[in-house]
Design a protein around this ligand. Structure first.
Ligand SMILES: C[S@@+](CC[C@H](N)C(=O)[O-])C[C@H]1O[C@@H](n2cnc3c(N)ncnc32)[C@H](O)[C@@H]1O
Length: 235
């Protein structure tokens, strides 16, 4: 691991630990609640496969894991490198009586502690953009997924057409960092967000990475004028 990439992981971990207490509030506020609909789409994309054991990578405060618990699953394991995010998630899970189904534990996408071919489905919501080594993180997801099973990856993308492109750019670059800074008291987290989205591969470029690490049949569904994209692929 180079020093530079190691620095990103630490930066991301510290940043999410720092904003953890305000993360849920800001998430729903800044997306005006649209994020809930996006997570519902992930659940619906997996429903027909009847997964029994799901891994939710970069689970954060567990919102996607909680949404997925509406499926008739046996177990959902959520992993994340930011333990303060997980602590908030654990409280939400207990409050909803889901502790028999969902387990949150510290874990890194780039070194998943489970054996090969273990999970029936693997999900990530707004996590892959933060990976230090994208290919390594996706390869590990591929390794622990059962052959023939699906990964569902939700990530921010960039609206391509007028007027949404312009509205989005103004909102993401000017409004969101200011509100984020005010509420979270973190100087950089909500400046990092638009910058990291601007740098991250989307569309074919991201699907090429999925293919490169071994996933088959990658496809995408751009949501809400392209603000977010749901990628699906099989092992
Ligand atoms: C924007 S949050 C998303 C949380 C949650 N999935 C959601 O939809 O609200 C991104 C999360 O990715 C986590 N993360 C970043 N890099 C990671 C890695 N290498 N392995 C596991 N989690 C990681 C961060 O700690 C953070 O909690």
């Amino acid at each position: 691991m180079t020093q530079k990439t190691h620095a990103k992981k630490e930066m991301v971990q510290n940043m999410f630990n720092n904003i953890a207490p305000k993360y849920d509030l800001l998430n729903h506020l800044l997306s005006a609640g649209i994020d809930k609909g996006w997570r519902r789409k992930v659940r619906k994309a997996l429903a027909a496969d009847h997964p029994e054991i799901i891994l939710d990578v970069a689970t954060g405060t567990g919102d996607l894991a909680i949404e997925l618990a509406r499926l008739p699953v046996r177990k959902i394991i959520g992993i994340d490198i930011a333990e303060d995010m997980l602590e908030i998630g654990k409280k939400k899970i207990v409050k909803r009586g889901l502790e028999q189904i969902i387990t949150l534990e510290p874990g890194d996408s780039e070194a998943i502690r489970y054996e090969d071919n273990y999970f029936d489905a693997i999900t990530v919501a707004f996590g892959v953009r933060n990976y230090e080594d994208l290919e390594k993180g996706l390869s590990e997801m591929h390794r622990v997924l059962k052959p023939g099973k699906k990964t569902a990856i939700l990530e921010f993308s960039r609206p391509a057409s007028f007027p949404m492109k312009n509205i989005y750019q103004f909102y993401f670059n000017y409004i969101l960092p200011g509100v984020g800074r005010m509420v979270s008291k973190d100087q950089s987290a909500y400046t990092y967000l638009p910058q990291s989205v601007a740098r991250f591969p989307e569309n074919k470029e991201f699907m090429d990475v999925l293919r490169k690490v071994g996933f088959k049949n990658p496809r995408q569904n751009r949501l809400s004028f392209g603000i977010a994209t749901l990628y699906l692929a099989e092992k």
